[in-house]
Design a protein around this ligand. Structure first.
Ligand code: ADP
Ligand code: ZN
Length: 734
């Protein structure tokens, strides 16, 4: 071991690794923690981040290598972010290099400079505007595409790239004098808002109380976690806007995390109207280059409001004042592959380190958050009433044992749809199943069309003339004749597509749209559907989970839940929580303004206690009951979980790995329970057999110690090489 003062410890994004020690060349200053450096690694070179300045190293002097170029003049990741990320790497048991690099925008991972000039744009020249695009040779397809796109507006190079226009095509167009470089473009969300800017409304008494309670608890500046529990339509967004405005006035930044920006254009519009230039949007729909520009505005502190989805939790916040997580219960905040973090939980961790308040908002808070508020760890702020004069929607259950239904539409629901349409209002129908029908069944040999690579049925997509597996994406041509006996088969059950067709037959005059992944896969299609509902161009909207996301459509008065039973009898300990959240959220789309709303829930189990509390619209009653069940069964939040997942082409390999984990853990498990291994409910997916093993512990510390030790024991094990595996801390799905 040698002791020196010219050492840096560098985290490099490689699997299964800690950080590595390097020398800094004699006479060079030590690059600060959070700085990107190029380092020799294996036979090549990597970009890593300085995590420490160690006083000594275990590496033999002859083997110590020297760092290459230092890429940042000021650290790419600030002190708080570095600390939070290192904490996350430890907590989620994920390699620190991978975690740090995850937090960097793509261009920085590739070694580009933080202060490189903003991306140039391209625009048509006067000559370019006269070109007959249709007359271009077929070999110049990219050039034609570029010219057509540029007729609409100037575009950033990365936007043209996203349209499959290569740099060479642009160079040719420029050489012909048809296009020329233009000034850098503003971020799309910074373009002036169209239409009337909305006036700041007078606060309701409830809203005023919430803001007063917040201010009182906030005690100057400092960390504190709040649950903003407001029923749907109670004006939570207006609370966010006021809190953000207060931070802005104080010159501080706010980070606002939302589940899916594409689904809530109304929210972005409201933010843009109120905060204009101060806004930076970070999410996956903008191009990587635009995201980089937004990241840099946050990094320099120019963007005072940073809005984004899950990964925006890693945004730089040099002058942070507040963090808000909207719809904190939403599953999209948990990353389900690779670095399996919870953005909601990391938001709280960052707020703690930044010493600023964090507000978690929801009408249907996760049981974890709800319990934290019950225990007094979080301050509960409540908005118990709706804003409009309409009040809470009336909820009715349709007992499917008593009423006939066709394509998932019962007679009472059809009657209700008719009444609401006649009144000139809009209807939303929720069905968590896309496609035409979930099964293709042969009445002769009783067989159902199966996916060849998954333990799952193929879904019929009648309009596309295909059957598709919704788990692995496999697709085959739809053949009505049974392959085994030649008999004409039947499409059983209904998905959104089939319900849409049935509605068209029942209500030929009504304009009907679908909102699911199939109907919105084309670019711009999602915006189109949402704006059609907003402007009243659509009277009936049939959709999946996408319907549940915070939409505010004032003329929707009827919401139908076509099948509440999916999830009533799930094996996952969270399935009830998820179902209650889904039903209450979708029900919350009814009667949001002045028109009273009605909700019909179709079920075969009308007496189920979950449905009874949901019918009363009482999430608190549901959550209290559900928490008691969780306590009795020792599930979160009354226990902590770590889930080992393994998959392999051979069933044995997945199990052998988990048995190995079990054996490695058993000797030292102490108070931690080790459950499994067990196959997943759908064992085979995409040709891989899947199994899992669960660690459960009443205390966090022994759980994390055991995971850490087990991971060490797995290093170099042969079983670990024969399966693809991962460890998931605080898993959402079990
Ligand atoms: P939530 O997020 O709680 O579901 P929103 O914030 O979307 O509810 O508010 C529901 C509706 O009430 C929106 O149309 C919003 O513009 C309106 N609203 C909110 N606060 C007020 C207020 N103080 N006065 C009038 N309208 C309001
Ligand atoms: Zn499949």
């Amino acid at each position: 071991m040698s002791s020196r003062r010219n050492l840096v410890r560098v985290a490099v994004p490689v699997p299964l690794a800690d950080a590595f020690d390097y020398l800094v060349a004699a006479g060079d200053a030590l690059p600060p923690v959070g700085t990107r450096v190029r380092v020799p690694f294996g036979r090549g070179e990597r970009i890593g981040l300085v995590v420490e300045h160690p006083a000594k190293t275990d590496v033999a002097p002859a083997r110590l290598k020297t760092i290459g170029a230092v890429l940042d003049t000021t650290p790419a990741l600030g002190a708080e972010l570095m600390a939070s990320l290192r904490w996350a790497a430890e907590y989620y048991h994920h390699p620190v290099g991978a975690v740090l690099s995850h937090a960097l925008p793509g261009p920085l991972r590739e070694g580009r400079a933080i202060d490189e000039p903003p991306e140039p744009s391209w625009q048509l020249t006067a000559l370019g505007r006269t070109v007959d695009v249709a007359g271009l040779p077929r070999t110049a397809r990219q050039q034609a595409r570029a010219l057509r796109a540029l007729r609409e507006r100037a575009l950033a190079a990365s936007e043209l790239e996203a349209e499959d226009v290569a740099a060479t095509a642009l160079a040719r167009l420029a050489a012909k004098g048809w296009i020329e470089p233009g000034p850098p473009l503003p971020q799309p969300e910074l373009e002036p808002a169209r239409g009337q800017p909305s006036r700041e409304p007078d606060l309701t008494p409830d809203q005023r109380t919430v803001l007063e309670d917040f201010a009182r608890a906030r005690n100057a500046k400092g960390f504190r976690a709040y649950l903003l529990h407001g029923v749907t339509g109670s004006g939570k967004t207006e609370i966010y806007l006021r809190l953000i405005a207060a931070e802005l006035a104080a010159g501080r930044q706010t980070l606002l995390l939302v589940p899916e920006i594409g689904l809530t254009p109304q929210l972005v519009r409201r933010l843009r109207e109120r905060f204009g230039e101060e806004l930076a949007v970070l999410h996956s729909a903008v191009t990587e280059r635009q995201r980089f520009d937004a990241w840099r505005r946050a990094y320099r502190g120019g963007a005072k409001l940073v809005v984004g989805t899950r990964s925006a939790v890693f945004a730089p916040l040099p002058s942070a004042g507040l963090i808000i997580v909207d719809e904190e219960h939403d599953a999209s905040f948990k990353q389900q592959s690779g670095f399996r973090y919870s953005a909601r939980d990391l938001a709280v961790v960052r707020a703690q380190r930044l010493d600023v308040p964090v507000v978690l908002g929801s009408a249907t808070p996760s049981l974890e958050t709800f319990n934290n508020a019950l225990q007094g760890r979080y301050v509960r702020l409540a908005l118990p009433r709706r804003i409009g004069s309409a009040g809470a929607p009336r909820v009715r259950v349709v007992d499917l044992n008593l009423h006939a239904s066709r394509q998932a539409l019962s007679t009472p629901l059809v009657a209700a749809i008719g009444q609401h349409l006649t009144a000139g209002h809009q209807v939303l129908l929720f069905l968590n199943r896309r496609g035409f029908a979930p099964a293709l069944f042969c009445p002769q040999c009783k067989s159902t069309e199966q996916c060849r690579r998954c333990d799952a049925r193929m879904t019929v997509h009648a309009r596309a003339g295909a059957v598709r597996c919704h788990h692995c994406g496999a697709e085959r041509a739809l053949q009505w004749a049974c392959g085994a006996c030649g008999v004409e088969r039947i499409a059983v059950g209904a998905g959104t597509q089939r319900v849409g067709e049935e509605l068209a037959a029942l209500f030929p005059a009504a304009r009907i749209a679908r909102l699911d992944r199939d109907s919105t896969s084309r670019k711009g299609a999602l915006d189109m559907v949402l704006s059609d509902v907003e402007t009243g161009n659509v009277e009936i909207l049939v959709g999946t989970q996408m319907l549940t996301k915070g939409h505010d459509f004032p003329r929707v008065t009827l919401v139908g839940v076509l099948n509440a039973d999916q999830g009533l009898f799930g094996t996952d300990p969270r399935s009830h929580e998820r179902l209650a959240q889904t039903i209450l959220q979708v029900a919350g789309r009814a009667g949001r303004a002045e028109l009273p709303g009605e909700v019909l829930i179709q079920t075969h189990h009308p007496g189920h206690p979950l449905l009874t509390s949901v019918i009363d619209g009482d999430y608190t009653a549901f959550a209290t009951l559900a928490l008691n069940e969780r306590r009795e069964a020792s599930w979160p939040p009354f226990a902590h979980l770590a889930l080992w997942h393994a998959e392999a082409a051979r069933r044995d390999s997945a199990f052998a790995f988990l048995e190995h984990v079990r054996a490695a853990a058993d000797a030292e498990r102490g108070s931690v329970a080790v459950l499994g291994p067990a196959p997943l409910a759908m064992e085979r997916k995409g040709g891989q057999y899947r199994a899992q093993l669960l660690f459960r512990s009443a205390e966090r510390a022994p759980l994390h110690r055991l995971v850490g030790r087990t991971l060490l024991a797995l290093r170099g094990s042969a079983a670990a090489r024969r399966a693809r595996w991962s460890i998931d801390i605080d898993p959402l799905e079990i």
